[in-house]
Write a protein that binds this ligand. Structure first.
Ligand code: HEM
Ligand code: HEM
Length: 153
C-alpha cells in the first residue's frame, strides 16, 4: 500500500481518539450522576439508575459501548497501519500503551455487566478501572501524537 504515506489513516485515528475522550467525559458525568442519585437516598421510582425517568443508566451504557467500539477501531487502525508501513509491530512504547488501554476498557466493560447487589466488588472495580483508564488515555494520546509526527509531510 503506497497511499500518501498513511496520513489519512492517522487522521481517522486522531478523530476517533477525540471522540473517545468525549465519550469518556460523558461517561464520567453520567456515572457520577448515577452514583450521587444512588447515595443521596431519593426514592427508587425517581432514580434514573433504574432506567425509568430519563434513563441515565441506558445513556451511560450506550455511550460506553460507543467508546469500546472506538478503542477497538483505534487498535485495528494502529495494527494495520504499522504492519502496512513496517511489516512488524513494536516500534515504540505506543504499542504497550495501546494494549494496556484496550485491556482496561474491556475490564471496565466486563466489570460493568457484573454490577449488582450480590457482587459488591464489581462497582469499585468498574470505577477503579476507569480512573486508571484516564492515565492510560493520556499516555496513548501522548505517544500516538509523538509517533504520528514521522508520517507528517
Ligand atoms: C467502558 C464502557 C462503560 C460501560 C459499558 C459502563 C457501564 C456501566 C454500568 C452498566 C453501570 C451500572 C449502573 C448501575 O446499575 O448501578 C455503571 C456504573 C458506573 N459507571 Fe460505568 N460504564 C462504562 C464506562 C465508565 C467510565 C469511563 C466511567 C467514569 C469515568 C464510568 C463511571 C461509572 C460510575 C461512577 C458508576 C457507578 C454508578 C453508581 O455508583 O451508581 N463508567 N457503568
Ligand atoms: C486507544 C487509542 C489507541 C490505541 C489502542 C492504539 C493502538 C495502536 C497500536 C497497537 C499500534 C501498533 C504499535 C506498534 O506496533 O509499534 C499503533 C500504532 C500507531 N498509532 Fe495508535 N493507538 C491509539 C491511539 C492513537 C492516536 C491518538 C494516534 C495519533 C493520531 C495514533 C497513531 C498511531 C501511529 C502513527 C502508529 C504507527 C506507529 C509507528 O509508526 O511507530 N494512535 N496504535
Amino acid at each position: 500500500m503506497n497511499l500518501p504515506s498513511f496520513l489519512w489513516l492517522w487522521k481517522i485515528a486522531a478523530w476517533s481518539m477525540g471522540l473517545s475522550l468525549l465519550a469518556y467525559l460523558l461517561l464520567a458525568v453520567t456515572g457520577f450522576w448515577m452514583l450521587r442519585v444512588r447515595t443521596s437516598g431519593s426514592p427508587p421510582f425517581f432514580s434514573p439508575i433504574t432506567g425509568g425517568r430519563g434513563g441515565v443508566r441506558s445513556l451511560h451504557y450506550t455511550i460506553g459501548i460507543s467508546m469500546i467500539s472506538l478503542v477497538l477501531l483505534l487498535l485495528a487502525i494502529g495494527i494495520v497501519g504499522t504492519l502496512g508501513h513496517f511489516g512488524s509491530l513494536g516500534h515504540s512504547s505506543h504499542l504497550v500503551a495501546g494494549l494496556i488501554v484496550v485491556v482496561l476498557v474491556l475490564l471496565s466493560a466486563v466489570s460493568a455487566t457484573q454490577i449488582s447487589a450480590s457482587r459488591p466488588w464489581a462497582r469499585p472495580l468498574h470505577i477503579g478501572t476507569n480512573i486508571v483508564l484516564f492515565v492510560g488515555f493520556a499516555w496513548v494520546s501522548l505517544t500516538g501524537w509523538i509517533v504520528v509526527q514521522k508520517y507528517l509531510p
